[in-house]
Design a protein around this ligand. Sequence first.
Ligand code: 5RP
Length: 232
Amino acid sequence: MTPQDLMKQEVGKAAAARVQSNSIVGLGTGSTTAFAIEYIGKRLAAGEITNVKGIPTSFQARVLAKQYGIPLTTLDEVDRIDIAIDGADEVDPHKNLIKGGGAAHTQEKVIDALAAQFIVVVDNTKLVDRLGSTFLLPVEVIPMAVTPVMKAIEKLGGKPQLRMGIKKAGPVVTDQGNLVIDVKFDSIDNPAELEKTLNNIPGVLENGLFVGVTDLVLVGEVQGDQVIIKEM
Ligand code: 5RP
């Protein structure tokens, strides 16, 4: 395992340890959350916690939850989400995020924002002083609107590019059947305003800025030959 994978594993485990019996858990997407899902499943299998139900944020999360034996439910069947655990591509000092590296940010935002407690799990490479400094901002768009949305984003000063598939010819298609435009902004000065402005462009479904949603960030960090978990 690489040091980064080790950080992801330990931080995922630390978040899974916070899940309590009789709770509804939002299950995020990505390689870090995958470890959290694995350990929630292991705690259930060991009888350490009981009566936990998951709500997946993506096809990936659904598959992992099934693999690790976590019973699933939907937003139609519950009136609360107690805790959501999800990864991020960037975290700023105000706990605002860029998400969507896995093109799952639309469902993630619905579920993470509904949770009574939203815990973000990252390794320390994800911490930035300013959002947009290391990662492009993902914007999910309905397919027929890609060209006008790209033009509108250019007018806002962004440099848009359609996300292309790996091991798949053509663009990435989201779990909702839409496309993703990744945008480079020179500087995101006001994430809250940009989040709203982008979502106001006709044809945009959701963008990857998560502002004012996070309750707690668990950060994995290698110190010597150990991984320590810091809280933010
Ligand atoms: C998916 C996401 C992921 O949570 C984000 O990309 C982080 O993934 P990873 O833990 O694999 O680095 O937002 O849409």
